[in-house]
Design a protein around this ligand. Sequence first.
Ligand SMILES: C[S@@+](CC[C@H](N)C(=O)[O-])C[C@H]1O[C@@H](n2cnc3c(N)ncnc32)[C@H](O)[C@@H]1O
Length: 364
Amino acid sequence: MTRVPPAFAIKSATKARQVLLRAADRLVPSEIALLDHSVAFTRPHLLAAVVEFGIPDQLADGPKNAEQLAGASGADADSLHRVLRAAATFGFVRLDKAGRFHNTRLTRALRADARFQTAEWCRYTASASVQQAWGGLSETVKSGESAFGRVHGMGMFEWFEAHPAEGRAFSRGLAGLTLMEAPAIVAAYPFPDDGVICDVAGGTGALLGEVLNARPRVKAILVEAPSVLDEARSYLSDIGVSERVEFLPGDFMTRVEAVADLYILKWILHDWSDEICRRILAAVKATMKPGSRLLIVEGEQDLHQVSPRFGPLDVHMMTVCDGGRERSLGEFHALLDSVGLFAGDVVRTATGLLLVEGLASQRA
Ligand SMILES: C[S@@+](CC[C@H](N)C(=O)[O-])C[C@H]1O[C@@H](n2cnc3c(N)ncnc32)[C@H](O)[C@@H]1O
């Protein structure tokens, strides 16, 4: 099992980074600091260009200039040089005095074979569909409606079905984020040693894989859209646990037909409005037997608390999802209560995720 650093170490490093970023703003006049923030929109695009032209892998064997890099990736050398020079401002690559680019610690995390697939996440955040949705933020704030649906005429998950390359970048990038969180989730929550665990909309199986590795007698059901299940089958087979998994195509808006002792909903409720969350929770509750549990895994955003991680994510959810939002513990408990599930234990992971149990029957 992957070792998880203690919560205080993760919290202190995160806090120190925030303090340093704020301190950097204080070193210059406010206008200069704001100017810098106003052009931060360049960063996701620079990252996406580094990924698209395969720079991290091209530089793996040593430094190269833009002409060498452009030759191998079909780019215009002058444009590529200027993009990479700008990317060097943020440490995405390094430029030396001879005009050669080098990998940095950040570039290496963008290699195609990097475990957490951060390159795919960068492709997703810079994709035109996401950027166009963010472009209409004022309209979203005025109307309170998702920008994604307004701009693209369909919800994000429908869009992914119609644009499989974007869907793949999203599900792979997200699987990487889940893989980073999974050891802390497994360390924080007492997953059972036996029985069946059902991950409802569990993506490509990143969390289930970690749980099944840690609990060799447990069996699992993964409920997902058929296109995502293909990726999940291949990932879980690669890590040697697929024989213990039933892959079940399903739609959590209607019925979840899986009998399990523990159900997981990770990063699902934050995609949806309270009304849709109640539908999803009701569909899970309908299949739960007395004594079974539901584990909600989410970020935590209290109404008056500034959260560097979940505040911006909350606005992303507002922008790209239909009623999506980050919620507080009280809001999760109210949702559970509204469908007749009982509040169980609450745990926070070392990485700051909130684990909220819902119980099918009240504890004796
Ligand atoms: C934000 S992702 C979370 C994935 C995974 N639980 C994780 O945390 O890595 C949401 C997932 O919901 C799935 N999904 C969306 N609509 C669905 C539906 N109606 N029924 C089942 N799954 C759905 C998507 O395919 C996607 O994998």
